[in-house]
Every structure is written in structure tokens, then in C-alpha cells.
Design a protein around this ligand. Structure first.
Ligand code: BGC
Ligand code: NOJ
Length: 811
């Protein structure tokens, strides 16, 4: 069953039934100020850091699941309702939520009175703007009360949730006309406050939660709303909120618009106060002045649309299959931008108070947005590399606010360093900006100890060479890509972290996955050396790579697939010799992407094994057979029930590795089949089962061994977004940036007759039309660039501003 539909023209998903199988959310903001909003107006806002600068409160894992948000209430002669259905849940005559690129529009109608709220974070603005449109669609005069509502968070979301003995006494607000200022802790060390305002005189206000809601009610029936009368409360401690009350009259057919602003302000310490404990409101007033009229909002809305036009125009496909178009052109790219902004911090599965930016996550996320915002990608690479250690190792995470490595999580995830080669390589291929390699970058954020980015990349490479195990395979450390395969952690203590416990001193466990990665990204390193004329450097690296390939041949092949690892006792992990966990997807993907086994049939064999043992109706599971009990020497992977997360769940992140591997093996039909299985728009019809948003990827879909195969979790913030975009745009549709131009190499299902891709690259536009009259999967007969036949498949870099016609004839 569907709960809405795609509106591709407006780049929106339109939800028409508020009772979605889970809250279906959207993200507002793409610079500094962010909000999460659900289809029933739940969610919260923060500035830069979801933990340390949380503006509004949210209770996760609540009952009901999504309670608390940016609510509006209407009370017309005792009939109370909300335009987003929740929290009041009065049946609406019509309901619609349009999640678009950086905004959401929620609309409800009761008895021909319509209320529509546009929620957005304007570009360059430290606040959320809400435009409320009230329309009387009836032929009688209407008089009613409108209430707004937000609940303030006392800034540090973790403290806010835990330290009540203090919190209940600290809350402070100021009120001036229609503006409510939240200034908790401003009197001491904070130099920031928040405000909530409306561009109209109000008939009442509330700033104390208990006064507004009543101690024995929920958000669904606040006392003030039910009685149609604000308490004009002033909060002293407890839980400060902000609510406006406006009495509205509408003639038949009349429409009124109001503009609400929820803003964040920082004030230089010396200017904090204008009187004893009176906060300096000048910066807030300036912000408020920017959004005085609906026309101001319209302008910001148009600017936002133009911003997205530009970002999305870099890569556009035109294909007979509309699901594919909307995935590639709109939602997958949008999700890539969201993962860039949020990493793994704030979603309905990430609390925003836990994780920092992952070293490996952020490097991989980059391959999904580097074409959209190359300057920001450059900055990100430097930030990440700045947390690297001198020996090439890396902090597993760093904090976005300080950009410093996170000591509590530490290092020793031995795949981490290599991902820096991937991001740097992709950045240079996209931009041609070789200067990034000369950028001086600190080790461990110590500005007195720097080296060029090239040197950092080199140390990433040699970190593997310097950390080999008994078979001369890379030591795995705490874990490689699979955080839950903890081969040096033997944990029998409840609650002990699998990620930070490494209690097998001098651990010898080794990873075939990292070996594959080393060959793949080592090769990229060699090419970087060659481009810089460092031939002996390249030769030396080549030697290490050849040696690693030999080791994989000797110790990494199980007969029908690639082994996954060697455990602490030197026994194979992911081998037919084992009872459970005989085969793992990661080493198949990585080794074949590295080209291992492509020439001697092993790659084909491994891919057939994936098909036979790991593939199912909903995607490729991570391992098989699933682990049916806890195995201490393997760690967290076996802590999950069968079919969930890393224990044989469909971990969508590594499905595209297999898609890419299939394209390298020339099998476009298989690659496409895997793509379609997990691509969200194709799952819209099974929304009841799938549960999460049909417009974005989820980290995990329950696998074939699960209780409910096909049910997804952890939507939005996942490396799945970037890897799928990478797989479809570069390997299936086959338009791939390279150092000297755009490489064209489609590997598609045989029954595709053709498609078009428009790609902006290094300032030029390429309008590529692929034709497949003979129904092949791969192979190019001819490429015409502006009518002229091209040798090879590399489109050269064309003049800036030029528009170039490219005809690709497959066969
Ligand atoms: C999850 C992993 C995650 C790790 C670190 C584990 O519980 O299953 O997917 O990467 O925690 O946060
Ligand atoms: C999620 C983590 O963010 C990512 O770094 C890891 O690779 C996967 N889980 C698999 O464990």
C-alpha cells in the first residue's frame, strides 16, 4: 500500500495519509541551521551540532513514537485540530504533507477551513521560517483561535535529558511584544539565545509548559488551546516553551498569511547585555526584519529552489523508467547532501547526542556530493586528514564543532586510512584540482606538525604495509568496514563497547577485505604518484600491491568465493569450513572492485556464490548462514538476532559494491537487478512492509533469515546513499569522471534501448545520448563528440561554458 506519491515536477514526495508506517521525515537547512521535520510536524531544530546547540526539545522512542514538534492548533468554537493531523488527531477532511528539497509543506482542512504551513530554513539564515496560510473555503464568516507551539531544549541535548535536578531551576525567557526569547544560561557562560516570533500582534502568549499544556495533558490537548485562551505565563525554571495565540477572522473566500520565525543568535561577549540581565536583541531584530511579509518568504523559497536546480543539474538522466529518473535526479542526490551535512548524527535512528563524524563514513559520503559542492568537499577532505596520526592511522571519529579526533572512541580501525585515498582521488577526478595534494595538513590537529595532503595519503597506504599479519594480510585492528566483526575483542561483560574494547593484545586477526581495498585504492595511489612524476614512488607502491595480490591468491580464496578474514586463532572467517558465516559479501565486493579474479574466472564464481547464497527478494544479505548464537571471538556481529543489522541483514551500503563488481564482470542485467531491489522508489508499493520513507535509502533491510524480511530500519543517514549514486551514475549508466576527462562505459540491462545523461564537468556541459540498438549489456562501437568520431571512450575536457553533444553507440 502507498501513503502518497511522487511529484517529480516539484521534486516532492506528497504524503496523503498521515498514518505512515513510521514517521516519514525531511531535513531543513544545508549550512548551519538545521531542522528535522516529520510528516505530522514533529521534530526539532539545532544550530550546527545536534547535541551541543539543540534549540527545541525532542523525546526519542516516545509513546506515541513521534510526539513533540513545531505544532499549530486551531480552535473554532471548541472544535480543535492541527493542520498536520497530529498532535490533536482530529480527523481532517483533507491532509497533505509535501516533503521537498529543504522544505516541507503541511496542509489540513476541516469544515472548509484550510491551514497550510510551509516550514523552511532559508539559505544563509540561522533560523526556521514558517509561513502559515489560512483560507476560508466556505461561504460563511469564520472566527477562530490559532496557537503556535515549540518547546525549548536547554541547549545540550544530553544534559537536557538527564540532569533534571539542575535543569528544572535554570530556564529563563524574556518577552517583547510578539517575540519570545529563550535565554537559559545566557546569564553565565552562553553567548547565544533563541527566539520565536510572529509578524503580527498577538492575543496572548505562553512560555511555561505546565501553564500552557496542564500537568495532566499531552500535546494533543493543551489546556490553553482547549479553552481558546493563553495563560500569558512567564517561565521561571521548569520547562520553557513558546506559544502565540492569535484570534483570526476570515470572510468567505478570504485568505490570511502569517510568518513565524524560530531563530538562533550569537552575540559577542562584550555586547551580551543592554541592561541588567536584559539580553541584546539587536541581532534578533535584524533577523526578524528579514521576514516581515509573505513576499519575503516567497523570495527565500524561490532562492532555495534555484539553489537546488543548480546542485541537481550537474547530473541528470533521462530514461524511460520514471522511478530511475526520480531516484537519480532528485532523491538519491538529495540524500547524499543530507548525509554530507549530518553524517550519522541526527535522524529518527540517530539521537544526535551520540556519534561524531566517522573517518570512513565521511570519506565515503564524499563520493556522493563532490560533483555538487566541490569546494565543500575539499574542505571536508582537509578536515578529515587533519585528524590523521603520523603513522597513517586515524581517529575513528571526529567532532563537527571542534573538528578534533574523538579520544573516547580512539583509533585502530584498520580500513579507515585507506578511505582517504578514495575521497582524495574522486575529488581530483571531479575537479582537476591537483593543488589539494600540496595543501599542508596537520597530524592530529597539531598545527606545529604538518605535511602535505599527498604525504597523508601516502601514509594511509603505508599504514597497511606496516601492519601486516601472519599471512601477510592486513591486520584488522578493532574492525574494518564491518564495525561488528570484532576479532580482537573477546567480550563477556554486558554493556562493554564492542567498538572500543580490544583486549587481545598484539592481535593477529587479519582482513581479506582490507587486502582488496589496498589493491583497489593502492592502485589509485600509484596513479596519483605517476601523475606527479614520482615514478620510483609509484614503482615501490606497485610492488606492495603485487605482493598483496599474491597473498590474496594464496590465502584469500576459498574455492567458490573470497574468504572474509582470519580470526585471532588464525582460523578462516567466511569459509565453507565454517558452520555459520560461510560467506560474507564485503570481501566479494571489494576484491572484485579491485579487479582480483576478473581474468581467471574467480570473480564470476564469487558473484555466482553471492547470487546463490546471499541474494534474496529484498537485496543482498551481509553473510550466510546467519549466526544463531553469540560467538565471543567474532563479537557484535553475532549479538544481533538472525537477519538483522550486520548479522545477515541486507546492509544496503555494500549492495552497490556487488553492483559495481557485476558491471566490471560485464553483467549489466545483474547489476541492474541488484540496484532495483533496494532502490527506494521501486519499493513504494510495499511501504507497509518496508516501513521507512520510499524516497530515501535505509541502512538496513531485514534479511531472509529475519522474522520480517523486507522491513527497513535506519533510514537517511547511511553510506548507502553515496555508494548507490556512485554505482548507478558511474558504473551502470557509465559516466565517470577521470583525470583527463569523462570516461564513458555503460554496463546496462540488455533490454534497455537507450537513455540520455546531461553532465556538467569542469565547467562544460556534456549532453550524452546512449543508444543500444543491438541489445547488448556492454561495449561501445562509436562515440561521436559534436559529430566527430572519438578514439577510445574518454571525452576530453571541453571549453568552459560549452555545450557538447555526445552520441554513444553501443554494440
Ligand atoms: C552497529 C554498526 C555501527 C556501530 C558503531 C553497531 O551497533 O551495528 O552499524 O557502525 O554500532 O556505531
Ligand atoms: C555503520 C557505520 O557508520 C559504518 O562506519 C560501518 O561501516 C557500518 N555501520 C557497518 O558496520
Amino acid at each position: 500500500m502507498k501513503y502518497g506519491h511522487f511529484d517529480d515536477k516539484n521534486r516532492e514526495y506528497v504524503i496523503t495519509n498521515p498514518r505512515t508506517p513510521y514517521p516519514w521525515i525531511n531535513y531543513l537547512g544545508c549550512e548551519e541551521f538545521f531542522s528535522i521535520i516529520t510528516n505530522t510536524a514533529g521534530g526539532y531544530s539545532f544550530y550546527k551540532d545536534a547535541r551541543l546547540r539543540r534549540l527545541t526539545r525532542y523525546r526519542y522512542n516516545n509513546v506515541p513514537v513521534d510526539d513533540g514538534g513545531k505544532y499549530f492548533y486551531i480552535n473554532e468554537n471548541g472544535k480543535v485540530w492541527s493542520p498536520g493531523w497530529k498532535p490533536v488527531k482530529t480527523e481532517l477532511d483533507s491532509y497533505e504533507c509535501r516533503h521537498g528539497m529543504g522544505y516541507s509543506i503541511i496542509k489540513g482542512e476541516v469544515d472548509q477551513l484550510e491551514a497550510e504551513v510551509l516550514y523552511m530554513v532559508p539559505l544563509g539564515y540561522r533560523g526556521e521560517v514558517q509561513r502559515v496560510k489560512l483560507t476560508n473555503n466556505s461561504d460563511r464568516k469564520r472566527s477562530f483561535s490559532l496557537f503556535s507551539f515549540v518547546e525549548w531544549c536547554l541547549w545540550d541535548a544530553l544534559e537536557d535529558n538527564t540532569n533534571f535536578q539542575r535543569n528544572f531551576s535554570t530556564g529563563q525567557v524574556e518577552i517583547v511584544d510578539s517575540t519570545i526569547y529563550h535565554k537559559t544560561e545566557y546569564r553565565e557562560r552562553r553567548d547565544h539565545y533563541a527566539f520565536y516570533t510572529v509578524n503580527s500582534k498577538v492575543d496572548g502568549l505562553d512560555t511555561d509548559r505546565e501553564a500552557f499544556v496542564g500537568l495532566y495533558n499531552g500535546f494533543d490537548a493543551p489546556d490553553a488551546v482547549m479553552e481558546g485562551k493563553s495563560r500569558n505565563s512567564h517561565a521561571y525554571g521548569w520547562s520553557p516553551i513558546a506559544s502565540h495565540h492569535l484570534q483570526i477572522d476570515l470572510e468567505p473566500g478570504e485568505e490570511k498569511q502569517l510568518v513565524f520565525v524560530l531563530g538562533y543568535v550569537e552575540v559577542p561577549v562584550k555586547d551580551k547585555f543592554v541592561g541588567p540581565q536584559v539580553i541584546n536583541k539587536a541581532p534578533a531584530e535584524e533577523m526578524i526584519a528579514q521576514f516581515q511579509t509573505p513576499a519575503d518568504v516567497d523570495q527565500a523559497f524561490d532562492d532555495l529552489a534555484a539553489f537546488w536546480d543548480k546542485l541537481l543539474s550537474v547530473y541528470q538522466v533521462e530514461h524511460p523508467d520514471e522511478e530511475l529518473n526520480r531516484a537519480v535526479n532528485i532523491w538519491n542526490q538529495y540524500q547524499c547532501m543530507v548525509t554530507f551535512n549530518f553524517s550519522r548524527s541526527a535522524s529518527f535512528f540517530e539521537s544526535g547526542i551520540g556519534r561524531g563524524m566517522g573517518f570512513r563514513d565521511s570519506n565515503q559520503d564524499l563520493i556522493g556530493f563532490v560533483h555538487q559542492v566541490p569546494e565543500r568537499a575539499r574542505e571536508r577532505i582537509i578536515d578529515i586528514a587533519s585528524t590523521q596520526f603520523e603513522d597513517g592511522g586515524a581517529y575513528h571519529q571526529y567532532q563537527p564543532l571542534t573538528k578534533k579526533g574523538n579520544d573516547a572512541v580512539g583509533s585502530n580501525f584498520n580500513d579507515d586510512p585507506l578511505w582517504l585515498i578514495l575521497s582524495t582521488d574522486e575529488y581530483i577526478k571531479e575537479t582537476g584540482d591537483w593543488s589539494i595534494l600540496d595543501e599542508m595538513v596537520p597530524f592530529d590537529n597539531d598545527e606545529s606538525n604538518t605535511a602535505s595532503l599527498f604525504e597523508h595519503v601516502k601514509r594511509s597506504f603505508y599504514h597497511v604495509v606496516n601492519n601486516l599479519g601472519p599471512h601477510k594480510l592486513p591486520l584488522i585492528g578493532r574492525a574494518d568496514w564491518n564495525d561488528c566483526l570484532n576479532l580482537n575483542c573477546f567480550s563477556d561483560t554486558p554493556g562493554e563497547s564492542f567498538q572500543t574494547t580490544e583486549n587481545m593484545e598484539g592481535g593477529v586477526a587479519e582482513s581479506v577485505f582490507i587486502a582488496g581495498m589496498f589493491v583497489l585504492y593502492g592502485d589509485a595511489f600509484v596513479k596519483l604518484c605517476q601523475q606527479r612524476g614520482l615514478n620510483s614512488e609509484a614503482e615501490e607502491a606497485r610492488g606492495h600491491i603485487e605482493a598483496m595480490k599474491n597473498v590474496v591468491d594464496q590465502h584469500g580464496w576459498d574455492g567458490e568465493w573470497f574468504i572474509r578474514a582470519y580470526d585471532h586463532f588464525g582460523e578462516k572467517v567466511g569459509s565453507d569450513e565454517q558452520e555459520e558465516g560461510k560467506i560474507f559479501v564485503e570481501s566479494q565486493g571489494m576484491c572484485i572492485m579491485a579487479g582480483i579474479g576478473l581474468e581467471d574466472g574467480r570473480a564470476r564464481k564469487a558473484l555466482d556464490s553471492v547470487k546463490e547464497r546471499l541474494d534474496c527478494e529484498y537485496g543482498i544479505v551481509l553473510n550466510n548462514p546467519a549466526f544463531t548464537s553469540y560467538i565471543m571471538k567474532y563479537g557484535e556481529i553475532s549479538s544481533y538476532p538472525e537477519g538483522y543489522k550486520e548479522n545477515a541483514g541486507i546492509f544496503c551500503h555494500n549492495n552497490p559494491w556487488i553492483m559495481i563488481a557485476e558491471t566490471l564482470a560485464g553483467n549489466g542485467d545483474a547489476a541492474w537487478d541488484y540496484f532495483r531491489k533496494i532502490c527506494p522508489p521501486y519499493l513504494e508499493e510495499i511501504s507497509d512492509l518496508h516501513k521507512t520513507e520510499p524516497y530515501v535509502y535505509s541502512q538496513m533491510i531485514a534479511g531472509k533469515d529475519a522474522q520480517k524480511p523486507g522491513e527497513a530500519k535506519n533510514s537517511w543517514l547511511t553510506g548507502t546513499a553515496s555508494w548507490n549514486f556512485y554505482a548507478i551514475s558511474q558504473y551502470i549508466l557509465g559516466v565517470r569522471p577521470d583525470f583527463e576527462g569523462l570516461r564513458i562505459n555503460p554496463v546496462i540491462p540488455k533490454d534497455w534501448s537507450g537513455y540520455k545523461v546531461s553532465r556538467k564537468f569542469r565547467g562544460a556541459t556534456y549532453q550524452i545520448e546512449v543508444k543500444n540498438p543491438e541489445g547488448v549489456s556492454t561495449g561501445i562501437k562509436d562515440i561521436l563528440l559534436n559529430g566527430k568520431k572519438l578514439e577510445g571512450n574518454l571525452l576530453p575536457i571541453c571549453e568552459e561554458g560549452s555545450v557538447n553533444e555526445v552520441e554513444v553507440l553501443m554494440g
